[in-house]
Ligand binder design. Structure first.
Ligand code: GLY
Length: 389
């Protein structure tokens, strides 16, 4: 079904996904309102390190997701350049590649298997000895066994990206209603807008739910249209180099330490982001001593100099995990209702691909080919019954 491109879209959620969808929709000539409070503790894109690493975050059995990730990563330079040109603000994109390293022989064996998978998928990597890893990053521990460079896996600063997207929306006259959405409004079976927590109505003939893990708590919809999204807790530390010190690392370093993954992401300036735990704890926003200890223990095993850094921030984000851990994109069984949700570990990475796909769906009625597998109504069995149970 073709949707009227001159219509009004309400985007619920103001993480990087919601903001980027709103930006692309406004660029296509749609009237857009963003509905979201200024800050929601646990918002994943406020906590995320911003890695764009489909190769070094690859997991067996997730090949389609990795392909989508690689497509989105490859769109980042143009996406960031366009945003920077439109707003005059930085996006924090760094294109220095990612170094994946192994702490011990078992970790090295696991990395060799990952490299075989990446070779099969055509994702570039360069195998490195321990010594070659240290030539690239001299602050690595002498015991690091080896690893590989993923030259196309980069990073962005999600906080800068958020600020730039907000500025782009202001520049395009997008209205923001700074409240949580309580319910989607429907009449005659199709979407009519959004009701906020204070009871105000935002009329719209299309609604995009992009509220991270809170997406499935929004009312007003038949059961099963929006699947349950589970919060997957991630604890992150932001560390600061002393003023005037040279960088500790010059590119993202990901490591396996006795089988446990850890990453260190340098920013321009003094900051290094260290992450992340992955805990199925419900919506628990408490940083814990154990979580911080594990991060510091493993980061220190790879880059001992982290122990000299100042702790600037401990943060907890809630990754939105869908039932199959894949994102939910585009139209649902309710006419006018779209999802841009369930991005789990990959929200920042998948932002350009998601925003482009939603803009297509909102203006043309269909997702582009690359996004079809991730269609929000993929649980549908062809009947009128709700699909996600
Ligand atoms: N993508 C990194 C994380 O979820 O920790």
């Amino acid at each position: 079904m073709r949707e009227d491109p001159s219509g009004h879209v309400a985007v619920v959620g103001a993480g990087v996904i919601g903001l980027a969808v709103a930006w692309r929709a406004a660029q296509r000539g749609l009237r857009v309102t963003v509905v979201a409070p200024d800050r929601t503790p646990g918002t994943a894109s406020d906590v995320a390190a911003g890695m764009l690493t489909p190769a070094t975050e690859a997991a067996f059995g997730e090949e389609p997701l990795m392909r989508l990730g690689a497509l989105s990563r490859d769109r980042y330079p143009a996406f960031a350049a366009e945003l920077e040109a439109e707003t005059g603000l930085p996006s924090g994109l760094r294109t220095a590649g990612t170094l994946q390293v192994a702490f011990d022989a078992d970790d090295l064996a696991r990395l060799a298997e990952t490299r075989d998978l990446l070779d099969r998928l055509g994702l570039a990597t360069e195998r490195l000895t321990g010594r070659a890893c240290r030539e690239l990053e001299p602050m690595l521990a002498p015991g690091v066994r080896g690893g590989f460079l993923a030259p196309d896996d980069h990073a962005v600063d999600p906080r800068l990206l958020t600020a730039a997207l907000r500025a782009a929306l202001r520049g395009r006259g997008v209205r923001t209603v700074r409240e949580p959405a309580a319910a989607v409004l429907t009449a005659d079976g199709r979407v009519r807008g959004v009701r906020t927590a204070s009871g105000a109505d935002v009329p719209a003939d299309r609604v995009v739910l992009a509220a991270g893990v809170w997406t499935s708590g929004i009312g007003g919809l038949p059961g099963g249209v929006v699947p349950p999204l589970r919060p997957v807790k991630g604890q992150v530390l932001r560390l600061l180099l002393p003023d005037g010190e040279p960088p500790l690392i010059t590119r993202t370093v990901r490591g396996l330490v006795r089988g446990t993954p850890v990453y260190l992401v340098p920013r321009d300036g003094r900051e290094v982001v260290l992450g992340a735990t992955q805990e199925e704890m419900g919506a628990d926003l408490r940083p814990t001593a154990g979580g911080m200890w594990e991060l510091l223990r493993d980061a220190h095993a790879l880059v001992p100099g982290v122990s000299e850094l100042e702790v600037a921030e401990t943060r907890v984000g809630l990754r939105p995990g869908s039932p199959d851990n894949e994102p939910l994109l585009g139209p649902t069984a309710v006419p006018g209702l779209h999802l841009a949700a369930g991005h789990f570990r990959h929200g920042v990475l998948l932002t350009p691909a998601t925003a482009d796909a939603l803009a297509d769906a909102l203006t043309g009625g269909a997702l582009p080919d690359y996004a079809r597998r991730f269609s929000a109504d993929r649980g549908s069995d062809g009947s009128e019954a709700p699909q996600w149970t």
